[in-house]
Design a protein around this ligand. Structure first.
Ligand code: BV8
Ligand code: ZN
Length: 250
């Protein structure tokens, strides 16, 4: 794959890199995306599953759905795209991953600086007293587990529709986006807000925007460079280019 000369020049002088990722980067790990041809929302309704009222109305069903997704995630591994993003840390001192995903795969691939805008499926908390429980601490129960301290219902620590994003994760993401030289937007349809504001604020602050997706999205219009291809194939090729650029520099 030939990359645009302007992109390679930007890569050569960049200091701060941000990756804004969505479900598409985990697709090659076997984790279904939300939209698109075999997306989760084609079969299920987000308002019936990924929101607090749905959980109150039918806690066991929502809990079981997250157990099902956790099982898929535990059987999955980071793919070449996740590992390539972690490899960027060998070439730049400042690499930040801002993800909408809740699957923990960036951490498992070795990325160090990660902001999780929509939470993490491995963490859970009691809706009454707020006590946190990591997945292994939860008793295997039929249906939704109850809090050991107060008996309240335990929910996944993920951001549902209509819920605020974690304040600290969002503000630090915004800061990183506004300071970066290149912002890669990888595997996201960029339709969910306020997360989708993050790459836009990178763009407004002068970052060079590179979109990596298997199709054009609402975001393609803003990108300086839109690369059509699978993240697990394209990102390792960019790391290969980095190796060449750094070899010349030495
Ligand atoms: C908020 C976590 C308000 C849980 C998710 C009505 C009422 C309330 C709010 C709203 C409303 N109408 C609109 C809103 C705002 C709403 C929103 O944006 N809705 C959209 C759908 C219109 N947002 C919210 O509700 C947010 N909260 O607004 O609160 C508020 C304000 C003040 C005070 C109080 C409250 C909360 C949004 C978070 C929702 N949680 N998930 C869970 O995962 O179960 S959303 C869900 O979408 C996931 O988190 C996912 O990450 C996110 C974004 O999806 P993508 O990651 O982009 O995935 P998608 O499938 O869409 O796209 C995949 C892409 O990959 C595709 O482009 C595909 O082409 C590409 N691809 C596929 N394979 C590959 C690939 N690319 C590269 N390589 C490949 N191999
Ligand atoms: Zn409790």
């Amino acid at each position: 794959m030939e990359f645009k000369k302007e992109f390679l020049e930007r890569l050569n002088i960049a200091k701060k890199i941000v990756f804004f990722t969505g479900a598409g980067i985990s697709a090659e790990s076997g984790i279904p995306t939300f939209r698109g041809k075999d997306g989760i929302w084609n079969k299920l309704k987000p308002e019936e599953l990924a929101n607090f009222n749905a959980f109150l109305k039918n806690p066991d069903m929502v809990w079981e759905w997250y157990q099902h997704r956790k099982k898929i995630i535990h059987e999955s591994k980071p793919n070449a795209g996740h590992f390539a993003i972690a490899d960027f840390q060998d070439y730049f001192d400042d690499v930040v991953v801002i993800t909408q995903n809740i699957d923990n795969l960036h951490r498992r691939a070795g990325s160090k600086k990660i902001f999780e805008l929509h939470g993490n499926i491995e963490r859970n908390y009691c809706i009454d007293c707020g006590t946190f429980y990591n997945t292994p601490e939860l008793e295997i129960t039929e249906g939704v587990p109850k809090c050991k301290k107060c008996g309240g219902l335990i929910r996944p620590d993920v951001v549902w529709f209509g819920e605020m994003l974690p304040e600290d994760q969002y503000t630090q993401s915004e800061k990183a986006a506004q300071a970066c030289d290149i912002c890669f937007v990888v595997g996201t349809s960029a339709v969910v807000y306020p997360a989708a504001f993050i790459p836009l604020s990178a763009k407004q602050s002068g970052a060079y925007m590179v979109e990596i997706n298997i199709e054009h999205t609402e975001f393609s219009y803003y990108a300086n460079y839109s690369i059509l291809g699978e993240a697990g194939k394209v990102l390792p090729l960019i790391v290969d280019e980095l190796k060449k650029i750094r070899a010349i520099k030495q």
